[in-house]
Design a binder for this molecule. Structure first.
Ligand SMILES: Cc1cc2nc3c(=O)[nH]c(=O)nc-3n(C[C@H](O)[C@H](O)[C@H](O)COP(=O)(O)OP(=O)(O)OC[C@H]3O[C@@H](n4cnc5c(N)ncnc54)[C@H](O)[C@@H]3O)c2cc1C
Length: 291
């Protein structure tokens, strides 16, 4: 299949890309093309202009600053997968990214593209919600920050204007001794998750949970923070009974339904995936405690 005809633009700076977005009608940005090209070929989108971000300077980096890992929007998923900094300081992302598509798609796919495409099942979207990420967006009036909780406004629709683009994402790091886990159910490895769960935990010296983050992907049009589970864990030792009972509450979330799974199956998966992610996180907390 071939894409519909469009004019191609190849800016070299963020400012030029923003100017093109402001000047051109019906324009779309191109990052890694791993979602954009199929959407063009299948005529899901028919832009008059494509603005290619691949030669824009300064959008591909991974660095640590002020207690957070900052990743440039055009950083390839493969570079994140092999980053020592991500493995050490953001191990949840390192774990989750192994589930994103295939080596070939990760070679081209970018973090900015994944977050802006905003598939409800996308692993990086779930991680961004779990870690309370902040998205930096550049427009004609300069840069602004969007907390990830406010980034999805509807199904596959990020809170950015037509004349804006995402330039970076900030992930606040958790303490070195935190526990993390990522669990997903998909029909084959490399497929989008039907339901996924990300968990982060810290504990005190008595083994009681002091901070918890539990996020479900794929269940609704945007990631769901399972706040009831988080609250049930705080102040308690996370034994099997507590995890099982707390994760049962995930059954009550409104779930989407499609050809892959009915809503009640997704709700069931939410209870199982959240528990598995928390069990992994607990095991990693324990391994820190033994050191
Ligand atoms: C076979 C296959 C399997 C896949 N499996 C998975 C999977 O299991 N999990 C998963 O998460 N993903 C999966 N993907 C999707 C893949 O992760 C894509 O990389 C991702 O969805 C989009 O990233 P991209 O860089 O390719 O963006 P593109 O496809 O180029 O763009 C995607 C969208 O984001 C917009 N956009 C891109 N960059 C910016 C920016 N900086 N600012 C504003 N808007 C922007 C574009 O205009 C477009 O609307 C799969 C893809 C394929 C082809």
């Amino acid at each position: 299949m071939k894409p519909p005809p469009f004019s191609y633009h190849d800016p070299r700076t963020v400012g030029d890309a923003v100017a093109l977005l402001g000047r051109l009608d019906n324009a779309k940005l191109l990052a890694g093309g791993q979602s954009m090209m199929p959407m063009l070929n299948m005529r899901f989108v028919q832009p008059d202009h494509i603005i290619d971000l691949n030669r824009v300077d300064g959008l591909a980096y991974i660095r640590e600053a002020n207690g957070a890992i900052e990743i440039g929007a055009m950083t390839r998923q493969r570079d994140i997968e092999f980053s020592d900094l991500i493995r050490k300081r953001c191990p949840l992302m390192h774990e989750a990214i192994q589930h994103v598509g295939h080596r070939q798609t990760r070679n081209r796919g970018t973090i900015g593209g994944s977050l802006c495409h905003l598939d409800p099942s996308a692993e990086l979207v779930t991680v961004a919600a779990a870690m309370d990420a902040t998205v930096t967006v550049q427009g004609p009036n300069g840069a602004r920050q969007i907390e990830f909780a406010a980034f999805p406004v509807a199904f596959m629709t990020p809170a950015i204007e037509l004349n804006e683009l995402v330039t970076a994402v900030r992930f606040p790091v958790w303490p070195d001794a935190h526990g993390y886990g990522f669990s997903e159910f998909s029909r084959r490895h490399g497929d989008f998750a039907i339901v996924s769960a990300a968990a982060l935990l810290t504990e005190d010296s008595a083994g009681k949970i002091t901070r918890a983050s539990v996020t479900l992907g794929g269940i609704a049009v945007a990631p769901v923070r399972a706040t009831e589970v988080e609250q049930a864990l705080i102040g308690h030792a996370p034994d099997d009974k507590l995890l099982r009972e707390a994760c049962e509450s995930c059954r009550k979330y409104d779930a989407i339904e499609d050809i892959h799974a009915p809503a009640n199956y997704r709700q069931h998966l939410a209870t199982v995936m959240s528990r598995r992610a928390l069990e992994q996180a607990r095991a990693r907390l324990n391994s820190h405690a033994k050191r």
